[in-house]
Design a protein around this ligand. Structure first.
Ligand code: AMP
Ligand code: FES
Ligand code: ZN
Ligand code: ZN
Length: 320
């Protein structure tokens, strides 16, 4: 197979786009496409300060690399969750992010360590709460979102970028559609505007790339990343939905992309779910100030971590 641009041997063949490219042209293609999506969806401009949430995985490190190469003012945020899972998961993920930055000393990285800041590592903390007994994932996701919002706000960033790719977005869409989660469907979009209550603008510049596209990018760019998934996510619903979508994709290449793009098109042209979006009223949390749907009281983050701290004290005994 030959590169469509230069006729040298192709390094990457994208069946869904009917496009084969050599390593050099593939790198340029990913970077140009990202720029195109950023502009098309008016995600941010060259003067905006972008905070990229980097987990140490392939998507977010690839995204930070692309934004840096494109000349955007992009800093990184890593959240240390304190997950071991028998594979030293969080420490190894952080090491990947730090190695990435060591090769690019002009980049600025902020690290927030959950155990240091909030009093307990994620799995132990989630275990002490009512909703995290079985698995830490929902408490973890909520905590990550809160920390990202706070870091973007406190650091004066214009926008918060995450590495979500097409596989992530299509799996979320499938899950939300199967259970008709109208509120979630209303908010699923590659750009979420800043909110008057202080929530940062959020963007997903990689939402059009298949997971294998970003994996191929890290390979040809020589970016080392954390291969393991979070040890708690092994049987998560999202992985199951991804498998189902992959089966559809094998039989009909392009299914995943069409599924997601047609959803966006329906939202853009028919104002589908628009009502659900305006139905939610947000108030500032009296404790941390972030917007919450709770009409009279603290947000879920504050309530959950208050519970963790109370239960920790009961377990360990009060400090004198
Ligand atoms: P996930 O929810 O694990 O699929 O991650 C989705 C996106 O959230 C990633 O692409 C990152 O941009 C961001 N993210 C996930 N985990 C972390 C973390 N520990 N620190 C910073 N950003 C993260
Ligand atoms: Fe938080 Fe897996 S990353 S539980
Ligand atoms: Zn080429
Ligand atoms: Zn709060």
């Amino acid at each position: 197979m030959k590169c469509r641009k230069c006729r040298q041997t192709a390094a990457v063949n994208m069946r869904h786009h009917r496009l084969a490219l050599c390593a050099g042209h593939y790198i340029t293609w990913i970077q140009e496409q990202t720029e195109r999506f950023i502009k098309k969806y008016r995600m941010f401009g060259p003067d905006d300060r972008v905070l990229v949430a980097v987990s140490g995985g392939k998507d977010s490190l690839a995204l930070w690399d692309v934004l840096d190469v494109l000349g955007y003012r992009a800093d990184g945020l890593y959240i240390g969750l304190g997950i071991d899972g028998g594979v030293d998961y969080s420490n190894r993920s952080r090491a990947k992010v730090e190695a990435f930055v060591a090769e690019r000393p002009h980049l600025k990285l902020t690290v927030v360590d959950v155990a240091e800041e909030l009093g307990a590592p994620m799995p132990a903390a989630a275990d002490l709460t009512n909703r995290g007994k079985e698995k830490p994932c929902s408490v973890c996701g909520m905590t990550r979102r809160h920390i990202m919002n706070r870091a973007a706000h406190d650091g004066g960033y214009d926008v918060l970028a995450t590495g979500h790719n097409l596989d992530d977005e299509a799996a979320t869409l499938l899950g939300n559609t199967l259970s008709w989660q109208v509120g979630y469907l209303a908010r699923q979009y590659p750009v979420l505007p800043a909110d008057a209550g202080g929530l940062a603008r959020k963007v997903k510049p990689f939402f059009r790339f298949y997971e294998r596209d970003t994996a191929a990018y890290t390979l040809v760019r020589g970016i080392d990343y954390m291969y393991d998934e979070c040890p708690y996510s092994v049987d998560a619903n999202s992985i199951y939905y991804k498998e189902i979508l992959n089966r559809l994709e094998t039989d009909r290449p392009g299914t995943k992309l069409q599924f997601f793009l047609r959803f966006l098109h329906a939202k853009e042209t028919s104002r589908a779910f628009a009502q659900a979006q305006t139905d939610v009223t947000l108030n500032p949390c009296p404790s941390c100030g972030q917007p919450t749907a709770n009409p009279a009281g603290p947000c879920t983050f504050c309530r959950t971590w208050e519970q963790v701290r109370e239960r920790l004290v009961t377990q360990v005994g009060p400090t004198l």
